[in-house]
Design a protein around this ligand. Structure first.
Ligand code: ATP
Ligand code: MG
Length: 557
C-alpha cells in the first residue's frame, strides 16, 4: 500500500484524482474494456485490459466488459468466447453481466430519430465516392450534399425504410448535420448509420442498418454510466464528435469523459487483428493461439503467466505519445516471474548415451533434488540414477579446448544432484560421430554426502531406462525485422522468420514430468523455461520452450 501511494501518478490517474476531488460523477470511477469481436486479442489489448480493469480496482469502482459489435460482417461468437476467456485468464472480473453494443440498438435507433427530428441528421443517397469528393481539405470546407436540407418527415420515412431493409447495402446513409467547415474532418457531417443486410451474431436479421462506431461508443458509455472512457490516440480527433452527440443526447450533466493514451507497440511483431488474421488464414501460423503469435491466447500457450503480462503492463505505464517497447522487456518480466514459480527439472533435448561402467546394471538409486531453490519452502523430489544415462550431446567433446569445462576424456564433472564422474572413453560410429560416452563414478561424492572435490562443470542428466520421451518445440521470433510494417515497398510477411519453429522429437525427460498437465511450467535446467503444450498427451508429451534462460537477441541486434 505504502509503495503505491508513493508511486507518482500517471496522467490518467491525475485526471481521475482531480475528478474525485471535484466530486464529479458522484465520485464514481467506472471504466470499460470495449473490444470488437472480430479477432483474437493481442498484447496491446492486454495493456488496455490491465489499464481499464486496474483503474476500476484501484479506485474501488467497476469495469464493464462490452462487446462493440456493430459490424456484423466481421464479427463472430468464436471471437466473443476467446475474448471472455482471455480477460478471465488475465485475472480480471467485469461488473455484472457482459454488455453488448447490440443490446442498445433499439435505444440508438430512437436517438437517431431524435437527431432527425431536431434537424440534426439527414439521409444522404450519394455514393461514398461522391461524398469523399465533397469532403474538402482541412483548409477548404466540404461541399454540402444535395440531400442535406431534406425535410424531417422525408428523412424519418427513409430512415425507417432503411431499417426495414427496403434499400440496397450502400445505397444511402444517415449523416449527422454538424459543421462542413470544421477543421476537424470528423465533424464534417459524419455517417451515423449504414445499411448492411448481414446476419448479426446476436440480433440475426432483426436489423438492416447498423450504427457507426462514433454513434455507438459514447452512447454506450453513457448508457452504462461509464465515467472515464479510455481509448487509444487515434480517437483523439473523434472526441469533439463524441461530445457533440452526447451534448444533444444527455445535455450538460456529468458524463463520460474520453481520455486517450498511446497504444502499445512492440518491436519484432505486428499488432493488428487484421494482419494477425492474415497469418492465420494463410496458414503461416497454426492458429490464433500459435505460440509465436502476440495474441493473449498465443502467449498463454507459449507459457506466459498472467502475472508476467500484468507486471509488464504496469512497468511500461501509460504514455501520451506513441512509442515502441522492446520485446525483450516483455520476456524479461516473464523470466522474472517464471524464475520465482517454476520447479527446476532435468530434460535432455539432444541426448547422447553415457554409461557408468563401475555402476551395476539394473540397479537404481534415488538422488534428491530441490524443486525450486528460489523458494525457501520448496519441496524436494527423487530422481533415479543408474548405470545408463543420457546427457546433452553438446556437453561432451572428444577433443576439447582448455576452457571447455564439461565432459572430455580424462576430465571430471558433477552430475547434478548425483555424483562426480570421470570420462574414461568414448565410442564412435563408422562416420566418426560419438555415439556413447564411458565414465566411472566416484561413490564417495554423492551430492549431500559432504564429500566433494572442486569440479568446474555441473551437467544435467536423465536415466536412460526411466526417462520419458517428449517432443520439444523451440521458438524464435516470428519476424526478423524490428518493424515489419514499416516498409512501404514490402509486405510485412516478407519479414517472417523462416526458422521460428524447430521441432525436436525424442527428447529425454526425468520421470517426474510424466504427470505434468497442459500449461504446467518448468525450468529445464540450463535449457530454459518450458510448458506443456495443448497437443500433449500421456503417450506423446509435447513441451514448448517459453523462453531461454537469457536474452539471446540482445547480442544479435
Ligand atoms: P487492432 O487495431 O489491433 O485490430 P482495435 O483497436 O481495432 O485493434 P478493438 O477491439 O477496437 O481493437 O480494441 C479494444 C480496445 O483495445 C480499444 O479500447 C483499443 O483502443 C484498445 N487497444 C487496441 N490495440 C491496442 C494497443 N496496441 N495498445 C493499447 N490498447 C489497444
Ligand atoms: Mg478498433
Amino acid at each position: 500500500m505504502e509503495e503505491s501511494n508513493n508511486k507518482s501518478l500517471n496522467f490518467i490517474e491525475q485526471i481521475i484524482d482531480n475528478d474525485l476531488k471535484e466530486g464529479k460523477n458522484e465520485k464514481r470511477v467506472y471504466t470499460r474494456f470495449p473490444p470488437e469481436p472480430n479477432g483474437y486479442l493481442h498484447i496491446g489489448h492486454a495493456k488496455s485490459i490491465c489499464l481499464n480493469f486496474g483503474l476500476g480496482e484501484q479506485y474501488g469502482g467497476k469495469t464493464n466488459l462490452r462487446f462493440d459489435d456493430t459490424n456484423p460482417s466481421k464479427e463472430d461468437d468464436e471471437y466473443v468466447n476467446s475474448i471472455i476467456e482471455d480477460v478471465k485468464w488475465l485475472g480480471f472480473k467485469w461488473d455484472g453481466d457482459i454488455h453488448y453494443t447490440s443490446d442498445y440498438f433499439d435505444q440508438l435507433y430512437v436517438w437517431a430519430c431524435d437527431f432527425i427530428k431536431k434537424g440534426l441528421a439527414y439521409i444522404d443517397e450519394q455514393t461514398s465516392e461522391q461524398m469523399r469528393e465533397q469532403r474538402g481539405t482541412p483548409q477548404e470546407p466540404a461541399k454540402p450534399s444535395p440531400f442535406r436540407d431534406r425535410g424531417v418527415e422525408e428523412n424519418l420515412d427513409l430512415f425507417e425504410r432503411m431499417k426495414n431493409g427496403e434499400f440496397e447495402d450502400g445505397s444511402m446513409v444517415l449523416r449527422a448535420k454538424v459543421d462542413l467547415s470544421s477543421p476537424n474532418m470528423q465533424m464534417r457531417d459524419p455517417v451515423m448509420y449504414r445499411i448492411l443486410r448481414a446476419k448479426h451474431h446476436r440480433t440475426g436479421h432483426d436489423w438492416s442498418i447498423y450504427p457507426m462506431y462514433d454513434f455507438a461508443h459514447g452512447q454506450s458509455d453513457y448508457i452504462e454510466n461509464i465515467t472515464h472512457s479510455i481509448c487509444t490516440l487515434e480517437f483523439e480527433n473523434h472526441r469533439p464528435l463524441y461530445n457533440w452527440y452526447l451534448d444533444h443526447i444527455a445535455g450538460d450533466v456529468d458524463r463520460t469523459q474520453q481520455i486517450e493514451f498511446a497504444r502499445l507497440n512492440l518491436n519484432y511483431t505486428v499488432m493488428s487483428k487484421r494482419k494477425l488474421m492474415q497469418l492465420v488464414e494463410e496458414n503461416i501460423v497454426s492458429g490464433w493461439d500459435d505460440p509465436r503469435m502476440p495474441t493473449i491466447s498465443g502467449l498463454r500457450r507459449r507459457g506466459f503467466t498472467p502475472e508476467s503480462i500484468r507486471n509488464f503492463a504496469d512497468r511500461i505505464g501509460v504514455a501520451k505519445r506513441d512509442n515502441i517497447i522492446e520485446y525483450s522487456l516483455l520476456e524479461f518480466m516473464l523470466r522474472e516471474h517464471l524464475n520465482k514459480i517454476t520447479d527446476r527439472v532435468m530434460a535432455v533435448i539432444d541426448p547422447i548415451k553415457l554409461t557408468i561402467s563401475n555402476y551395476d546394471e539394473g540397479v537404481f538409486e534415488d538422488c534428491e533434488l530441490v524443486n525450486n531453490p528460489e523458494d525457501d519452502n520448496s519441496e524436494k523430489r527423487n530422481v533415479p540414477f543408474g548405470r545408463n544415462l543420457f546427457i546433452e550431446k553438446s556437453d561432451f567433446m572428444a577433443d576439447a579446448p582448455k576452457k571447455f569445462f564439461r565432459l572430455s576424456p580424462g576430465k571430471e564433472v558433477r552430475l547434478k544432484g548425483a555424483y562426480i564422474i570421470k570420462c574414461e572413453d568414448y565410442i564412435t560410429d563408422a562416420q566418426g560421430n560419438v555415439t556413447e560416452i564411458i565414465c566411472t563414478y566416484d561413490p564417495e561424492t554423492k551430492s549431500g554426502s559432504g564429500i566433494s572435490r572442486k569440479v568446474k562443470g555441473v551437467l544435467h542428466w536423465v536415466s536412460a531406462e526411466k526417462a520419458i520421451d517428449a517432443e520439444i518445440r523451440l521458438y524464435d521470433r516470428l519476424f526478423n525485422d524490428e518493424d515489419p510494417l514499416g516498409h512501404e515497398d514490402k509486405d510485412f510477411k516478407e519479414f517472417i522468420n523462416q526458422d521460428s519453429l524447430q521441432i525436436i522429437k525424442s527428447c529425454k525427460l526425468e520421470p517426474s514430468l510424466a504427470n505434468a498437465k497442459i500449461e504446467d511450467k518448468f525450468q529445464f535446467m540450463r535449457n530454459g523455461y518450458f510448458c506443456v503444450d495443448k497437443d500433449s498427451n500421456p503417450g506423446n508429451m509435447v513441451f514448448n520452450r517459453t523462453v531461454a534462460l537469457r536474452d539471446s537477441w540482445a547480442k544479435k541486434k
